[in-house]
Design a protein around this ligand. Sequence first.
Ligand SMILES: [Zn+2]
Length: 298
Amino acid sequence: MTGTSYPGKYVGRFAPSPTGPLHAGSLVAALASWLQARAHGGQWLIRMEDVDTPRCIPGVDAIILNQLAACSLHSDGPIWRQSDRSTQYQAALNHLVAQGLAYPCACTRKEIETAQTLPLARHSAAVYPGTCRQGLCGKTARAWRLNVGAVIDTFKLPVPTPWSDALSGQQTQNVAAEVGDFVLLRADGLWAYQLAVVVDDAAQGITHVVRGADLSDNTARQIVLQKALGLATPVYRHTPLVMAADGEKLSKQNGAQALDLSNPLAALNAAALVLGLPAQSGSVASALAHWVQLTRQG
Ligand SMILES: [Zn+2]
């Protein structure tokens, strides 16, 4: 900790995956989350989402931290790494299993896709048909899933799951129908992103999640999981995406260029523009201070 006080009790975070250096799109989420935290007199934490270890590249976490430091974006607390947090994720899964809210699944991806009655939308995973909800019928468990219907019944949750985005307003998703019982522990033994994020956001006392709009459709699942684990739901704010020339979202997967930080102010100006903030000249420090002021004014 830096010794600064945070009277607003706002705790925000930026949680990159160390699968590649930051690109223009990820800097938008970093800057937006930092500005919101500072505008609320709050704390800003960096968390490495390295739970999907085969996709992570050794050394990239240090590159990302250097990129953020070049933009004067520093974590107000220790950097957490999801790869250190298996014990906590296991405890959360045990808690769900003990309450009858999670169950083992023996299905292969092919079996789940074959059971689909509707064609798959682009980039979306098959809805899990609930095959193993009543038991494995002698088959071997591969993964663990959340019993969404049981969570909704137990905690008398509304369907569809409603939530309010600080930027785009009221949202809903019917998790049971549109996603199905989602995975908590994967067949390859890795913890699922949803479980890791929910456990870590709560453990770090995150009050406000600011992240890219590409993660928006995870929110309802995360809220259901928070209810199942008895955890608070943070405020969510999803920032606009930077689009590549082909109209696809800019991502490491479609070969987005790593940020050129020979001129950090230019990179920050480009990110600020996406957030509707005016470009600044002068120093990085004065630009950030001005944007904090504008963000505070809303
Ligand atoms: Zn199954």
